[in-house]
Each structure stands twice: as structure tokens, then as C-alpha cells.
Design a protein around this ligand. Sequence first.
Ligand code: HEM
Length: 509
Amino acid sequence: MEELLMILISSVLVCVSLYYYIFKIRVNGTKNKRLDQHKLPPGSTGWPIIGETLEYLRTGKKGVPEKFIADRRNKYKNSSYYSSANCKVFKTSLLFEDMAVLCTAAGNKFLFSNEKKLIKSWWPPHLDKLIFADSAPDEKAKAFITEESTRFRNTMAPYLKPAGLQKYVGTMDTFTKKHLDMYWEDGKDDDQVIKAHPLAKRYAVTMACRLMLDTEDQQVFNKLENLTKDLSSGFTSLPIDLPGTQFNRAIRGSRQLREEIKNIVTQRRIHLSTRKVDEDVDGLDILSSLIMDTSSDGQGLSDSEIASKLYGVIVSGYDTFSSTLAAIVMCLAELPHVYDAVLQQRQIAESKAAGELLNWADIQKMKYSWSVACEVMRLLPPNSGTFREATSDFVYEGYLIPKGMKLKWSVHSTHKNPEYFPDPEKFDPSRFEGQGPPPYSFVPFGGGPRMCPGKEYSRLKMLVFMHNVVTRYRWEKVFPDEKFVWNPALVSTKGLPIRVFPHNKSQSN
Ligand code: HEM
């Protein structure tokens, strides 16, 4: 069904493309006479409608997404407004939209610091459909990703910032140990092999359920993981909402996931209503705190609103966090000297009494591990970058950006650019020591007011995971040449099977 549709759609796109190509229809320009003297950025919008999307996807699939940008920077070098300068912005067309790609650290800074001045956040419309899945029947409740992200940030900030996260370090540590017991220890096949990438996804979703919903019920884990998996497949499928398509399944997954979470919220609210009033409110878990919180307007959040925030945590961290974790596992297998340096953290474990859990002070000591995680995200960033929209006409680097034009920043512009990262292919965590990379060149979490609100939460989970896994195991890749590519999300090509050797066993052997 999906294949037939693909053929049909491709044929229609090719016909329409030819029509546009022959008649060269282009709508550009501005009504503002003063700005009219400026040209649009150099570049090609490729084929009508599909633009340069296929070329963009092709480079990602080959594992070299930076090539899409570098090729255009080279090509349009001499057509720059300032003839001696390198190309800092080019025009293209991706995801059915003409857009300008700002491709320097200064460009990132420009976009991150002009939110609500010259630009606003923009998401491709099919993502609204996927994420909200018609969950808001009346117009009043209808939210778009940008507005919902702002509400998410406001409500969840107390739980996702370092001050709020500190008290969950021990819970994360305990949960990680259980995860390793269950899947890295008992889950191995006869050949000691586990599949690290799917397990990282399981870890991401179950850890989110443990922390946000305060549950360790395996049935709940399974149900929510399956629905999250269905939903996540919609981010990378063709956005065609017809019965039988992947996108349609993903929308259904999204709707059911919200419903499941809402049911859990409702049950917890009923449970809480039977509690004695003088019970300790400070000791409440995150879900109970959200239910009991009436600080904003004295009324508190509805079950749907709370479900929406928790859905945000589970979904936003699913692919990004898990692929980073899997990429860390891969790099530590490939680079024994880096693994050994991370293993120095054994000292933290050795300084503890039996059964004593990690705490916030331990996390602060894991500076090298964080540099390793950053270097992994530099080379294998799980989120390629997002979009903005011009809210008025303006001139950038001598080129006109008309109101309504979409703008893109990309991690692939700077992360492998030797201007910011000398010898860019080399894995070198020391880049993050001292002053670190030049400002706005290392941007795996974005920046400015829309910077990822899950950054600290992700950092903490990565460090707790790295600490536990390195102090318990060594491992090797089953397929030494396996790599990660962007398809268009960051994926391991074979699921990253690894052979695992517990330290205690290898020592006793
Ligand atoms: C390694 C893990 C992660 C990476 C690399 C990552 C990266 C990003 C990036 C690049 C953006 C776009 C920022 C921008 O447009 O300037 C973003 C946005 C966002 N992230 Fe993350 N993210 C990660 C994990 C998470 C987690 C665990 C959560 C949930 C707690 C989360 C929640 C969000 C939300 C809600 C937004 C939208 C922010 C807005 O538009 O205001 N992310 N993330």
C-alpha cells in the first residue's frame, strides 16, 4: 500500500516539477522599496515542491550530512555579497518550503538571539498533526508545537533544571543498575551478544516512565514503549495520512499514547484524593507534584494538560537521547584509550560504601565523561537542527530575507567545520576542556530561548548510564565497520549488536 502510494506521489511530483521547471515559476521579493535593492541569498531551490530534499536526505543516509552544506558553501562562495567572504547563507528548498540556511556560528547566534524580534520558531505542518494527533477538538485548546513547547518549558522547568533534578540522581542510579541486570546481564544470548541501540531506546522510555510517572510496571513500560515507537516512526515517514500508511499508524500511536498517559494521571489523581492532608508533600514524585501544584492560577492543571507535558518528556527524549547513548557505546568500543579514561570513574564507585548510590556531587566529578558525550554529539548529533520563520523583511549578510521565508540552522554547518574544530574527524574530548569550542559552534541542543529544555535531564541520564556501564563491563562491536547514519534521524545501521564482558567475570577468568 505504502509503495503504491510512493509511486503515485512520485509520478505526480515529477509531472508538477516538470511543469514548474519549464515555466520557471518563482515567487520572490518584498514590498519594501528600501530592501528591494538586496538580492535573495545565492542558491538553488532545485525541483519545484521537492526542492533539494532528496539530495539533503541522500547525504545524511551516506553518513555525511555536512557535505550538503559544505558543497553549497563552496559553490556560492564567489557570489557572496561581500566577494571576498565565504558564503554564510544560501537558499534551498527542503520539506516543501523555500528556505535560507545560515551556515556559520555567527548565523546560529543570529537565529538564537533574534527570537521574537525578527524571527519565530517554525515546524513543518505535518509534525503538528503527528504530535497533536487531533487531540484538541476545540479551537481554544488547539495548540501548535511552538506554543506547546513554551507551556512545556514553563511547567516542567522546576523538574528539568539542575536544582530540580538533583534529588533524582539516586533513583536514576538504581533504575540504571536494574536495567543493566535485566538486559545487559540476563538479556545476553549464548554468544554474550546484546543489541545496544534498541536497548538504549528501552532505557530512554522506561527511565522517563520511572521518573515522570513513578511506575516500574513492565506492562505499562511495554505499552508506552510500543506506542512511542509507532509515533516515532512518523517523524521519518512520508507525511501521508491515509489508512495503511506508516504516518497514519504513527498518528494513531500518538493519540493512544496521550490517552494512556492521561489514564495514569487520572488514576493517580483519584489515589491522591484519598490521602491524608498532612502527608509529606515534599516527598512527592513528579506526577503527584504536577497534580497537586496549584501555584499558577489556584486551580492547577487538568489531566490532559499534565498528560501533554509528560508525553512531551517521553517523546522528545526517545530518539535523540537513545541514539546518543548508543553512539556513546559505539565510540567507547572503538576507542579503548577513551574507554580507559572514562573507567577512571571507578574511583567514584570504589569510594562508596556497599549499596551507596550516586549523588549530585559525584556527577560534578564526571567532567571527562561529559566531554566524551559532547564529542560524540559533535560527530554524531542526534538532532540535525530546526527551523525558524522571518516575521518581517530584513537583510542578513547583505541578502534579503523576506517576511515569511523559512530559515534553517544546522549542527552540520559547524560541528565538522575545521574553522571551529581543527582536524574535525578526530575524536578528541579535550576540545571541551578549558574555554571549550568557539561560541555557537557546538549546538547539539540548539540555543537561545528555544534551546532544548531537556538538556540537563539528558546530561544527567547520560552520565549515570556511562558510569554504570563502564564500571561493570567492557564490550566490543559484533560488526566492526558498523556506523551511524542520518535516515533522516540518527540511526545505527544494524542496531549495534555488541559482545559484553562483565569485569568481574573477565577478572576471575
Ligand atoms: C540527547 C538528547 C537531546 C538532544 C540532542 C536534543 C536536541 C534538541 C534540539 C536541537 C532542539 C531544538 C532547539 C532549537 O530549536 O533551538 C530541541 C528542542 C526541544 N527538546 Fe530536546 N534534545 C534532547 C533531549 C530532550 C529531552 C529528554 C526532552 C524532554 C525533557 C527534550 C525536549 C525538547 C523540547 C520540548 C524542545 C522544543 C523546545 C522549543 O521549541 O521551545 N529534548 N532538542
